[in-house]
Design a binder for this molecule. Structure first.
Ligand code: F6R
Ligand code: ZN
Length: 181
């Protein structure tokens, strides 16, 4: 019983996917500890804004499969820190293909030994996240930041180590732009 091929429309500008199998919606309350400005977290907690959403194709999360997912990070900040994803390591060390499709954002990558790289992902820029690099995406612009991710079905997502240790750098507002601090 071979699996059937699957076709999906990806709206690269908006991040909409049709058909999709899964929506991830993360609000501030799902990741409040990730932001460093505690007063700004408290101030925004009542509104509890949606930080990002993700749509995923109906691909099984198992070995030999390639799962693909569109993420849409809203524009915004908590204090001086831009809206971002939780970030994770893959449980099974494995690479991931990222492609920016709309807006202005970047991906922060970090090894378990603390080496850090930041790559911008304007529309059309692909970033390869090698095995062993945790990754968090950040919207540094004023429009939704949209990107495509393709990862192994058995990659698994380890959020706990990032929740515990965070990333070594933060992406912070700096005039009209950003700085990595
Ligand atoms: C999958 C991947 C992305 C993220 C998505 C949401 O391996 O890296 O599709 O899952 O951008 O971010 P997280 O998973 O960190 O909440
Ligand atoms: Zn990943």
């Amino acid at each position: 019983n071979l699996q059937l091929p699957l076709a999906t429309m990806l709206d690269l500008a908006s991040g909409d996917m049709d058909p999709y199998a899964l929506v991830v919606e993360r609000r501030l309350s799902h990741m409040a500890e990730a932001y460093h400005d505690r007063a700004a977290v408290t101030a925004a907690a009542g509104e509890d804004p949606v930080i990002y959403r993700a749509y995923e194709a109906d691909v099984p999360h198992e070995a030999s499969q390639l799962v693909y997912r569109m993420t849409i990070i809203e524009p915004g900040r908590i204090g001086d820190e831009f809206y971002m994803t939780k970030g994770h390591h893959h449980v099974v060390d494995s690479g991931e293909f990222y492609l920016g499709t709309a807006g202005t954002g970047a991906v922060v990558m970090q090894t378990r030994s603390g080496e850090v790289r930041v790559e911008e992902m304007p529309p059309g820029r692909a970033v390869y996240v090698p095995p062993g690099w945790a990754h968090r995406s950040v919207n540094v612009g004023t429009e939704p930041f949209v990107f495509l991710a393709v990862f192994f079905g058995n990659a698994g997502h380890d959020y706990a180590s990032i929740e515990r240790d965070g990333f070594a750098v933060r992406v912070l507002a700096d005039g009209d732009g950003y700085r990595v601090g």
